[in-house]
Write a protein that binds this ligand. Structure first.
Ligand code: ATP
Length: 364
């Protein structure tokens, strides 16, 4: 049994189904991120784990113990679940020192003086704030306040730590730095973590596994590399990064590849080969996902015949270390990322190729 288990979780607000029956198992020490667009149900899922929402259906177990079960009519209060929480708003008390802010969780648990001092000091050392123990919280920067919030969440040794967009109030540079620090700290303490964000980079950089959600439903659970390289469907491919999604028709399986037909400008359908499409059947509508960095652009007809697309330049945008090109291929617009610079003008005829291993046939 996993350390944290969610089974058939449903949460409605009136007619609105925020969480539509999700299952998730998190292992001890794992860092799992719930990722998805605004309103997809990630915060509601987190709040159900925390005991801040009563689910309409389902069960949540921590270390095998049900903390919520609609079937068994069990609902433990947040305090009885022994979880740590770090939210977007720092929730740091301004009238207290850094030390007292962090020690608070121990005091309400009636921890002795010596133990409180030892544990608080250790937590402050872990987040790199030991030297600011006596400073009032109002005199801290955003990043320091978020570290206080983190120290407060870990000081009493919770079973799981829950993060709800904790870095979204920080500026871009600090956010990047805090991502790295947070992961380092999580590895050091080895605490099981569930993290909520709508930022795909944050999710991919920080997590052991990413749970992509949409409309209260889990779309994919995988490690970051798999989520990026093998998105399960068009929603994930689109949400995770910039991908060209070309509508086509499934033709046949060719070993591990799928042959797909897409429409082109001159009306003749074009046969392309890509990975995936395992569940597709002939004639079915599919989506070909192609990352701009995996498409190669040629000014002359290339030597190969497999996976060649012919098109006309729409536009190019200089991006510093690469060039973004948009190419019209019949009804499709294909984005290409080039690391070398060519003089390209709108309307110019070009050819594009991609390796079958770099395309992905997705069903919706
Ligand atoms: P965000 O990133 O914007 O916080 P989210 O993915 O975390 O989005 P939730 O906050 O879980 O999404 O919301 C899921 C759905 O449930 C949304 O449509 C939201 O409007 C609705 N919802 C959430 N909380 C409540 C509430 N207290 N009352 C009514 N509807 C709610």
């Amino acid at each position: 049994m996993a350390f944290l288990e969610i089974n058939k979780l449903v949460k409605k607000f009136g007619q609105e189904v925020a969480v539509a029956g999700i299952d998730l198992a998190v292992e001890k020490g794992e860092f799992v991120t719930l990722l998805g667009p605004s309103g997809c149900g990630k915060t509601t899922t987190l709040r159900c784990i925390a005991g801040l929402e009563h689910p309409d259906n389902g069960e949540i177990r921590i270390e095998g113990e049900p903390v919520t079960s609609t079937e068994q009519d069990i609902f433990l209060t947040p305090e009885d679940r022994n979880l740590g929480m770090v939210f977007q708003s720092y929730a740091v008390w301004p009238h207290m020192t850094v030390f007292d802010n962090v020690a608070f969780g121990l005091k309400i648990r009636r921890t002795g003086r010596a133990e409180t001092k030892e544990k608080t000091t250790k937590a402050l050392e872990l987040v790199g704030l030991a030297h600011l123990a006596d400073r009032y919280a109002t005199k801290l920067s955003g990043g320091q306040r978020q570290r206080v919030a983190l120290a407060r969440a870990i000081v009493y040794g919770p079973r799981v730590i829950l993060f709800d967009e904790p870095l979204s109030n920080l500026d871009a540079k600090l956010r990047e730095q805090m991502r790295i620090e947070l992961v380092r700290l999580q590895h050091e303490v080895g605490i099981t973590s569930v993290y909520v964000t709508h930022d795909q980079t944050e999710a991919l950089v920080m997590s052991d596994r990413v749970v992509v959600m949409d409309k209260g439903v889990i779309q994919q659970i995988d490690d970051p590399e798999t989520i990026y390289a093998r998105p399960a469907n068009a929603f994930v491919a689109n949400f995770i990064g910039v991908a060209n999604l070309l509508e086509g028709k499934f033709l046949s399986h060719e070993g591990k590849f799928a042959d797909i037909e897409i429409r082109t400008g001159n009306g003749a359908p074009l046969r392309l080969r890509a990975l995936g499409g395992e569940s597709a059947s002939p004639g079915q509508k599919v989506i070909l996902s192609l990352r701009p960095e995996d498409v190669h652009l040629h000014l002359q007809p290339p030597g190969q015949t497999l996976n060649v697309l012919e098109g006309a330049i729409i536009d190019t945008v200089y991006q510093g270390n690469f060039l973004d090109c948009q190419v019209q291929v019949g009804p499709h617009e294909v984005g290409v990322q080039m690391d070398h610079f060519e003089q390209l003008s709108p309307g110019q005829k070009v050819y594009m190729t991609f390796e079958p291993d770099h395309g992905l046939c997705l069903t919706e």
